[in-house]
Design a protein around this ligand. Structure first.
Ligand code: GRG
Length: 297
């Protein structure tokens, strides 16, 4: 198991996860168009980074990654709801996501909002189903609490609000970091921490894994900003720091493109250093770290 390649690991667990996502929505006694809308976004080809981090953390402790299957499903559902809502006209007003029409473009705004609501609610129902797996009740309760905290006002939702409030303002690096640590970092972090808790990590290790998640979360966002800029043909050749075609602060705007790339490398070095100092077999986690940092989409 520990000599498994990254591609074998990701394709195996992505496959299992995707079948379970589908199965869990299909079995719902709910209106067909609501289920179709939920499935449309769940099946639209995401990278499944959060579930993979959860599975890889458990695997690093020598345990069966599938003890984390239910939280992995729940976290991917929360991530999917956040993207559906983020694309709505009242938020980013996007027509395309992952190269496909956004949920509200296909199902209408009301159903898209409700599909997001249903995914969020269902994720906690699925977390509660961990009781069928002989996981101690206190571990289940702790992980449910952690997930709610990461997804809600103190986590992703709070980060989204801070992001909206930061639009059209010039933010400094620290302010930008705070937004991303909440908007995207908290869900990445909780994927790792729930995996660690299920695998039996002690408090010192949890602390170190949170530090690892901190660097990974920022690296994720810096890479996202770099990809956005590189992918925007209209901006090529424009001076960094000019309006650059949109109203949001980004790492390349604040640090220049070279500065953002150096910052990314720094976070990745620190993330890997933390992994190396832990008493776990972190080979797959390390490879997922590189995948996140140097991905092309
Ligand atoms: C609406 C409550 C609410 C929250 C939205 C996460 C988020 C908050 C919005 C997403 C907007 C966005 C594009 C942020 C940049 C980073 C990010 C989360 C990208 C998408 O995550 P990936 O790359 O997506 O894991 P895939 O498509 O692979 O699932």
């Amino acid at each position: 198991m520990n000599n498994i390649s990254l591609s074998a690991f990701t394709s195996n667990y992505k496959d299992i996860l995707e079948k379970e996502l589908k199965k869990n929505v299909e079995k719902l006694a709910a209106p067909a168009n609501l289920k179709d809308s939920m499935l449309y976004s769940l099946n639209a080809g995401g990278k499944r980074i959060r579930p993979l981090l959860l599975f890889a953390t458990i695997q690093a402790y020598g345990k069966d990654p599938l003890i984390g299957l239910l939280p992995a499903i729940a976290i991917e559902m929360i991530h999917t709801y956040s993207l559906i809502h983020d694309d709505l006209p009242s938020m980013d007003d996007d027509d395309l996501r992952r190269g496909l029409p956004t949920n509200h473009k296909v199902y209408g705004e009301a159903i898209a909002i409700l599909a997001g609501d249903a995914l969020l609610t269902y994720s906690f129902q699925i977390m509660a189903n961990m009781k069928q797996q002989n996981i101690p009740a206190e571990t289940i309760l702790a992980t449910i609490g952690l997930l709610a905290e990461a997804a809600g006002a103190e986590g992703m939702v709070g980060g989204q609000v801070a992001d909206i409030e930061g639009e059209n303002k010039t933010l400094n690096q620290q302010e930008l970091e705070q937004i991303h640590l909440h908007k995207t970092g908290k869900l990445l972090e909780v994927s790792i921490i729930i995996g660690a808790k299920l695998a039996g990590a002690n408090n010192t290790e949890i602390k170190q894994l949170k530090q690892f998640a901190y660097h990974l979360g920022l690296a994720f966002q810096i890479r996202d900003d770099i990809l956005d800029l590189e992918g925007d043909e209209e901006l090529i050749g424009k001076p960094i720091g000019s309006d650059m075609g949109n109203h949001k602060s980004t790492y390349p705007k604040i640090l220049t493109m070279d500065g953002a790339k150096s910052e990314l490398d720094l976070h990745i070095r620190q993330a890997k250093g933390l992994l190396e100092s832990l008493p776990i077999d972190s080979a797959i986690l390390e490879k997922i770290t590189d995948l996140i940092a140097y991905r092309n989409n």
